[in-house]
Design a protein around this ligand. Structure first.
Ligand code: TAP
Length: 486
């Protein structure tokens, strides 16, 4: 949909461009085990286009036997892969990175079709970052002894990796690239609703002549994830997803030899002080919560605005929200795409209804949403207090809860008043205030006068219920090496 141009933000539907034709989606997909696509022993499930509710493909659901075959293949491959000189391993990883770049358009279109995210995000953010991660970690493969993580770093073995649906390919890159660079082999389970780009990545592994078994992809739902995490011959568990499932995984592996990293949920504060450039802050608030439909673990889902500028900021934010284009993910002018699944849409509706009941004041620009597909308009709630559930729980949708503060100390107290600790944003003209806030905020990442900026060289991870361990940067290697702690 595109706005008619009125400041009320009314939208009309715009048809999809031809971009869909550049990607070839098969009717059905098997599992990727030992370098080959194979039939699974279990049932199959459908993956949908969330913008249309059309079935895209039939996907094999890996059961315990399939996961066992994948882990055995990874174990066999580990002997050769871990002993290969780092410079040789890096050649394979560089090759994967180059093919990812060559096939970037195809990957971006497929990601947008399966996930619902706007093509301008998958094209300009997700896929370039995915390639950048492989390039970055390829560079580490022959330099592990110089990473400051011990003189003779050794890989852990077989890594079982379980990832969510919000950044399907990027979460794969965050997990697979460092694991391979360190000499581990991988069994990865993508999320049930977004398996397609992981399966295209499997094809890319074949194209790069990666030795069979180094990367295995087992599609399925939570049960498949449980089988990966619980397999006795998995040495490392890397999980990104909800705090609830993260806790279940921590319990499941407790007492075993497995090394675990958990990247979980968040409820980030985006804090705007009265000396901040308002227009710039508004852009940061919009990208902080509406990027990727708000399906972002580090989304700036709580706006904390200093009372003296609250009215001016809110007026400006509403004007800007009126210009956001909601609709067809494959239209390159779209700002907000489809919600990833009916289930997620249900969760957003439920929590926002609770926001209404608790006395929050809901506002959204006028939107005509398509009749099929899963959609939610960009929404803000004012009059929110810290006790409200929409200020405490992760909504994981395009919904911003607005609170105010008077002093920096109050801002710190409110920002830290959450069980999570993944990220935060600070908007101010004063460098000293940025440093002060960065010191006081209990968040793994603190952005200053920007938001949602990612780079493979920079470690990412949480405090408190946002999980433990770091991904990205030199620190991200520690998760995949014996005895290496940060
Ligand atoms: P989850 O429901 O936790 O699912 C994550 C993955 O775990 C999926 O592949 C899921 O399979 C699988 N799974 C479900 N139950 C499992 C179990 N008992 N054992 C092993 N695996 C299991 O999360 P989601 O809804 O996909 O993703 C949203 C969440 O991820 C949000 O909370 C978000 O904050 C978090 N997230 C965090 C980060 C970082 S870096 N901290 C980044 C992105 C997302 P199915 O999909 O088939 O159920």
């Amino acid at each position: 949909m595109v706005p008619t141009g009125s400041t009320t933000g009314r939208f009309e539907y715009a048809p999809a461009p031809e971009s869909r034709s550049i990607v070839d989606i098969k009717a059905s997909y098997g599992l990727f085990i030992d370098g080959e696509f194979v039939d699974g022993h279990g049932a199959s499930f459908k993956t949908l286009n969330p913008a249309t509710e059309e079935t895209l493909a039939e996907i094999a659901e890996a059961d315990e036997r399939d996961v066992d075959l994948a882990v055995k293949a990874a174990r066999r491959a580990f002997r050769g892969w871990s002993r290969m000189p780092g410079a040789e391993r890096s050649k394979y990883i560089y090759r994967i990175a180059r093919i990812l770049q060559e096939r970037a358009r195809e990957l971006a279109v497929l990601e947008s079709i399966d996930n619902g995210k706007p093509i301008k995000e998958s094209r300009d953010v997700d896929v370039p970052l995915v390639a950048a991660h492989f390039f970055y970690y390829a560079g580490w493969a022959d330099k592990l002894s110089y990473a400051g993580l011990g003189p003779d770093p050794q890989p852990l073995g077989v890594a079982g990796q379980v990832i969510p649906w919000n950044f399907p390919l990027l979460m794969l890159a965050w997990k697979v690239a460092p694991a391979l660079a360190c000499g581990n082999t991988v069994v990865l389970k993508p999320a049930e609703t977004t398996p397609l780009t992981a399966l295209l990545f499997a094809e890319i592994c074949q194209q790069a002549d990666l030795p069979p078994g180094v990367v295995n992809i087992v599609t399925g739902a939570g049960r498949t994830g449980q089988a990966v995490v619980g397999h006795p011959d998995v040495d490392k568990v890397a999980f990104t997803g909800s705090t609830e499932v993260g806790k279940a995984i921590a319990r499941a592996v407790a007492g075993s030899h497995k090394k675990v990293t958990l990247e979980l949920g968040g409820k980030a504060a985006n804090i705007v002080f009265d000396d901040a450039p308002i227009d710039q802050a508004v852009e940061g608030i919009v990208s902080g919560i509406f990027f990727n439909q708000g399906h972002v673990c580090c989304a700036g889902s709580r706006l904390l605005v200093q009372e003296s500028v609250a009215d001016e900021l809110m007026a400006s934010l509403k004007r800007r929200m009126g210009t956001l284009r909601v609709g067809d993910p494959l239209d390159k002018n779209t700002d907000i795409g489809a919600i990833n699944s009916a289930e997620q849409l249900g969760k957003i509706r439920e929590l926002t209804a609770i926001g209404d009941e608790e006395g929050g004041e809901r506002w959204a620009p006028a939107c005509d949403l398509p009749s099929s597909g899963y959609w939610f308009p960009p929404t803000i709630f004012t009059g929110v207090t810290q006790a409200h559930r929409i200020a405490r729980e992760e909504i994981f949708g395009p919904v911003l809860s607005v609170l105010t503060f008077r002093t920096p100390a109050e801002a710190v107290e409110k920002a830290n008043n959450t069980p999570f600790g993944l990220s935060a944003g600070v908007w101010t003209d004063k460098g000293s205030r940025i440093l002060h806030m960065a010191d006081k905020l209990r968040a793994g990442v603190v952005w200053a006068n920007t938001f949602n900026k990612f780079d493979p060289t920079s470690p990412f991870g949480g405090y408190k219920e946002s999980g433990y361990g770091r991904e990205g940067g030199r620190q991200g290697l520690a998760a995949y090496l014996k005895g290496a702690e940060l």
